[in-house]
Design a protein around this ligand. Structure first.
Ligand SMILES: NC(=O)c1ccc[n+]([C@@H]2O[C@H](COP(=O)([O-])OP(=O)(O)OC[C@H]3O[C@@H](n4cnc5c(N)ncnc54)[C@H](O)[C@@H]3O)[C@@H](O)[C@H]2O)c1
Length: 263
């Protein structure tokens, strides 16, 4: 049975990014204690400062962490251990997009970078933090896949494969943790209006020699619901999956994609 939906200890990776800071804001607003992890310490400090200003009583921990590095992840676990005796919710958001290009021209380093952050990062974080999660107390893990992990897309081999791996790995984690009453689920976003999406539009606009707004109009016209969703739409699903309302949901993949893919 789930216990409380507030006062939990929540660990979030990618907390400097669009979805990550939205998640940190959401959980801090719910009254949870929040550890913010990201490799970008400068932005992380400004995210934490803004949260402190809005929620003066919030118990926040900032940890600069590279999820692709076992040493860095272990150091983050130590920092979290010194701050909290448990982790109730693990939200694994950190990720990168590869440089677009055909397989035959994709540098091996770019393949490895993408896998190491997106997929190995989830493995390393789960491996390090699952032992801190209490059994039969409503704890859960939420990962972020992608509609690009649901099927392959030309020019994005490394990214698609890494996100397909995240979906599959989350199911394995769910299978391994079910007997402890710890759940694991994955949210698969479509196009979400964060820095990641805007940078992709900018790059594609530059390569086509058109403006950002023209590129945005082309891409958004392909989305049945007409816009790239705000980050809050993803965090609504993350919040649900980590709440008592999802107490019987595990191993699930939830599409939040404006209709770009029916799965
Ligand atoms: N924005 C989209 O359209 C979209 C669509 C589908 C899936 N996603 C996925 O959603 C997640 C969040 O994306 P976003 O849109 O918020 O992007 P974002 O670029 O705003 O945020 C990503 C964050 O991850 C951090 N990060 C990168 N490498 C890291 C590392 N090695 N260790 C720790 N942190 C690292 C970055 O510093 C950044 O703060 C990603 O996993 C992304 O692949 C995004």
């Amino acid at each position: 049975m789930e216990t409380s939906t507030t006062g939990r200890t929540v660990v979030i990776t990618g907390a400097s990014g669009g979805m990550g800071r939205e998640a940190a804001h959401r959980y801090a607003g719910l009254g949870d204690r929040v550890a913010l992890l990201d490799v970008d310490g400068g932005v992380l400090a400004s995210v934490a400062e803004a949260l402190h200003a809005e929620f003066p009583d919030a118990d926040l921990l900032e940890v600069v962490c590279d999820v692709a590095s076992p040493e860095s992840v272990d150091a983050a676990r130590e920092a979290v251990d010194a701050w909290s005796d448990r982790v109730d919710v693990l939200v694994l958001i950190a990720g990168v997009v590869q440089k677009a290009g055909p397989i035959t021209e994709l540098p091996i380093e770019e393949w490895d970078r993408t896998q190491n952050i997106n997929l190995r990062g989830v493995f390393l974080m789960a491996r390090a933090f699952i032992p801190a999660m209490p059994s039969h107390a409503g704890a859960s893990i939420v990962t972020i896949g992608s509609w690009y992990g649901r099927s392959g897309h030309a020019l994005f081999s490394a990214y698609c494969a890494s996100k397909a791996g995240v979906i599959n790995l989350t199911q394995t984690i769910a299978g391994e943790l079910a007997e402890k009453g710890i759940r694991a689920n994955v949210v698969c976003p479509g196009n979400i209006d964060t820095q990641m999406h805007r940078k992709a539009l900018e790059d594609e606009a530059a390569s086509r020699g058109i403006t950002f707004d023209e590129m945005k109009a082309i891409e958004w016209a392909k989305i049945p619901l007409g816009i790239a969703g705000p980050a809050s739409t993803i965090i609504d699903a993350v919040e649900f999956l980590s709440s008592a309302k999802a107490s019987y949901v595990t191993g699930a993949s939830i599409d939040v994609n404006g209709g770009v893919l029916f799965h």
